[in-house]
Design a protein around this ligand. Structure first.
Ligand code: ZN
Length: 504
């Protein structure tokens, strides 16, 4: 290896150590920290974030990149080293473009926004919340101006999550999804009693739910010494290293489906991080490629595996033996149907497989209007309610379960919602591709053989980490570009089996 590349890697290794320390503080805050820790945690975050930014965005990174680029010029474009220089060069350029004062303003608005949102939501106070949105929109517009090369204003925000992807591309996929999902939503609405999840809504003690979650996701199999699972309010997965994965989940004594779904979802994220090539550890390439690709993995394990009939042939006996009093007499088919109950609802995070993407499309379309200058903060509530009626046939009774339901806009999270629905689309594309190589996948899942699937994903997706752009990575793993058709086919088959034929 060249001297300049080694020097760059040493420098980036320290940058990554700082970043992981920040992530660990954040994980700790959400899982272990006693309430008394919050007084000092903010300062600890701010200090580490500042040191991290100075260390990464400083001139030294640029000098090391230039020197390393001279060495990688002769290397294969897909070598780890050439990818590292290419990706980090863009990260560095973007990090330097944002003035410190704007960065600080956004951080402050995020922190303030959260507090105001909590109170405004509890009181359904539209007027108290409006200035929060106005402030975020104003700051984001200044951010957007720093990236004049974006074809549409919103693209500058989206690029931070799906580098190189645009609103125009998302719009094509979402417009198709809207048309395809509508008759499925109608089929569910026409036959709401066809599926019951009552068996999952008995009383299930938390300790046994936890044991059950651990059993199920352990069977997906990566080293037991490389991950842990802890309870939290809003589940997430974090990676300190491929051999140190922190999963979180949540429990409700009267909703077994929620904890199982959360554990499976986060394990999907965890498997992605665990599968990154160890050669990329302590570099900025050592993580999932993008949020959409990450979500493709959580959704694949949660839904394509965890909500499939084949899986419930395998998993039902485990549930019956863990909960003999509640589930001892419930057959496989009833459990399969219960985890797949669908119903249009107000709250995105409680939405089923079919309606989930419509919640996302609503946010995407509103964000377009906001940043194209066609929708003022004051008009968001009415615009939101109109779209909920149009897409989900639901009336929003009050803002707390309408546009105020998510913390994301309150903390400046504009430009990233589509990654959830893109993840759904990609999960089905990847699944179809896996089936070409493993045609008996369903039979294997019935027998509890998950290694072939996990290793396929590792070989074709996980190991690459962030070496390639999202679009390049999608091509690598699916052999094609973003395409909603496999997802629509998958959902149409599922809804037809559970609720009957789509209603035109
Ligand atoms: Zn997720």
């Amino acid at each position: 290896m060249g001297n300049a590349i080694d020097a760059l890697k040493r420098h980036l290794g320290e940058v990554m150590d700082l970043q992981k320390a920040l992530q660990l503080l954040s994980w700790d805050q959400s899982t272990m920290m006693p309430p008394g820790g919050s007084a000092t945690r903010g300062a600890q975050f701010a200090t580490l974030a500042r040191v991290l930014h100075e260390r990464f965005a400083g001139d030294e990174t640029g000098r090391l990149l230039d020197a390393a680029a001279a060495e990688t010029a002769a290397m294969a474009a897909d070598s780890d080293e050439a990818c590292l220089v290419r990706v980090v060069q863009i990260d560095w350029d973007k990090a330097r473009r944002v003035p410190t004062e704007l960065r600080a303003g956004m951080a402050e608005a995020e922190a303030n926004g959260y507090g105001v949102w909590v109170q405004a939501r509890a009181a359904n106070d539209i007027e108290a919340y409006r200035p929060v949105l106005e402030r975020h929109i104003e700051l984001k517009q200044r951010y957007i101006e720093l990236f004049p090369e974006a074809a549409e204003p919103w693209d500058a925000l989206f690029d931070d999550y799906e580098r190189g992807m645009t609103a125009a591309e998302v719009r094509v996929a979402f417009d198709r999804l809207k048309v395809g999902l509508k008759p499925l939503v109608a089929a569910i609405a026409a036959n709401p009693e066809a599926v019951s999840d009552a068996v999952l809504r008995q009383r299930f003690p938390v300790a046994e739910q936890e044991a059950c979650s651990r059993h199920l996701i352990s069977d997906w199999g990566f080293s037991a010494e490389s991950w842990r699972l802890d309870p939290t309010h809003h589940p997430f997965a974090a990676s300190m290293a491929p051999t140190d994965i922190r999963l979180t989940t949540r429990y409700d004594e009267h909703d077994l489906g929620m904890s199982l779904g959360a554990a499976m979802h986060e394990m999907g994220h965890g498997l992605y991080e665990a599968g990154v090539d160890p050669a990329l550890v302590r570099t900025p390439l050592c993580r999932g490629c993008s949020l959409a690709l990450h979500e493709s993995q959580s959704r694949l394990w949660e839904n394509l595996v965890g909500a499939s009939r084949a899986y419930w042939t395998y998993a039902s006996p485990i549930l019956r033996s863990t909960f003999p009093a509640q589930l001892g007499n419930v057959d496989d088919e009833s459990l399969y149907r219960a985890v797949n109950r669908m119903q249009p609802s107000l709250i995105r995070v409680e939405a089923d497989e079919v309606t989930y993407s419509l919640h996302i499309i609503i946010r995407f379309e509103l964000e377009q209007e906001i940043f194209n200058g066609d929708l003022r903060a004051a008009d968001i509530p009415e615009a939101w309610n109109a779209k909920m009626r149009d897409y989900l046939a639901i009336d929003v009774p009050e803002p707390s379960v309408g546009y105020m339901q998510d913390v994301h806009w309150a903390t400046g999270g504009f430009g990233y919602f589509p990654t959830y629905a893109l993840g759904n689309i990609l999960s089905a594309q990847i699944w179809d591709r896996v089936l070409v190589d493993i045609p008996d996948l369903a039979a294997r899942i019935e027998r509890g053989e998950f290694d072939p699937l996990r290793e396929w994903l590792r070989t074709h997706l996980h190991r690459h980490g962030r070496k390639f752009t999202p679009k390049e990575t999608i091509r690598l793993v699916t052999g094609t570009d973003l395409d909603p058709e496999p997802y629509l086919r998958y959902l149409t088959a599922k809804v037809t089996g559970l609720y009957g034929a789509p209603v035109a």
